[in-house]
Design a protein around this ligand. Sequence first.
Ligand code: S3P
Length: 429
Amino acid sequence: MCWVRKSETQKFLKMRIRGELTFPGDKSISHRALMLAALSDGRCTVRNLSTGADVESTRQCLLRCGIESESKSGGVVIRGGTLGIPESDLQCGNSGTTARLLTGLLAGEGIPSTLTGDSSLSKRPMKRIIDPLNSMGSSIQSKDGHLPMSLESRSLTGIDYSLPVASAQVKSAVLLAGLNAKGKTTVREQVRTRDHTEIMLRNLGADITVSGSRVNLSPLTSPLQSFDLTVPADPSTAAFFAAAAALVPGSEITLRKTLKNPTRTGFFDALERMGAGVKWLEEYDEGGERTGDLRVWCRPLQPVSLSRPDIPGIIDEIPVLAILATQAEGTTEVRGAGELRLKESDRIAAICSNLLRMGADVTELDDGFVIEGPTPLEGAEITTYGDHRVAMTFTIAGLLADEGTRLDDDRCVAVSCPEFSNLLGKVIA
Ligand code: S3P
């Protein structure tokens, strides 16, 4: 239970968001780093691995398959090698990325196993990976397209697959399966999604090319090269702090070494279009990914419109964008984002119902929402639905509310960023 009491709220309103932050590593890259380390020919070190429970789920699942890892002061050391048959179920917790990518990896390696998840993950669609993997020759049984899912050992054949949904998880599951299939695998995307799997595979010696909307992969002829990687700071976590700085007058924040992959910067691009101060400073390269120091400061906000092609690049940041929209002068529209209903919670419903309680002018659509701004936000009882991004979004909204805001459950932030409150505390000046 998290209370922002009236007196604290008033204090917050007098406060500014100021300073410089470094964040734990990107969640998507962290999952992939662990899984690809498992396929490597030796000892890999991953620095700045995401500290969230989701990535820990991946680490634990791999451990059950015989892939050992050890946290050292300089990072997590993983010994790659041969994946073994787990003796018990693989518990994926709340993590869709663990469940979907690992199923692809295990299907390719022919490892019989059963994957399970928590109550939220058990409601999320798995048919989207079961269909292409079974077409490749896998034999995956599920409970009506949901977890638990069981795989048998099969040899796979490469596939030419057009993604019916814009999903990096589905793309990655097929590519990971294709690494050990017979013949080439092609995945075609209608809308470009995050490409960390492609970047990492190419860097580690796999034969993978991207041409237009097509990703072409040949099966591995030797194990992936072992590697040493520093994971760039998670832009999806950084987005909450950027939003706070953009919303609270007099604020300015610098978010160090933030991932600047163009498939992930949709939120910062939208923030700039809304009129907030946004400037990428120093740029760096880390394991084939671009990173940069990002400065964000408060300026009057204008509305923004997002449609289907924009959505994959901002999918996880749309909840916090909605808070910005309540303070922008005019109508913000988000459409073509029906996938948000299939995340850790139904995020469209969670955004709209909680914002209505805070007094915002919001209309729920099947595939998005319309928000009229600006409206003052009032303190309210917030239902997080156990969804980390909903909890963090309404913590930021609570900074603006003129009365106490209470989250029914904020423990879920640990799914992606256990340090969230500490980090926020550091920049409230
Ligand atoms: C992810 C892809 C996205 C994103 C999720 C992480 C990934 O999901 O929402 O948080 O690591 O590939 P979808 O592929 O379902 O869009």
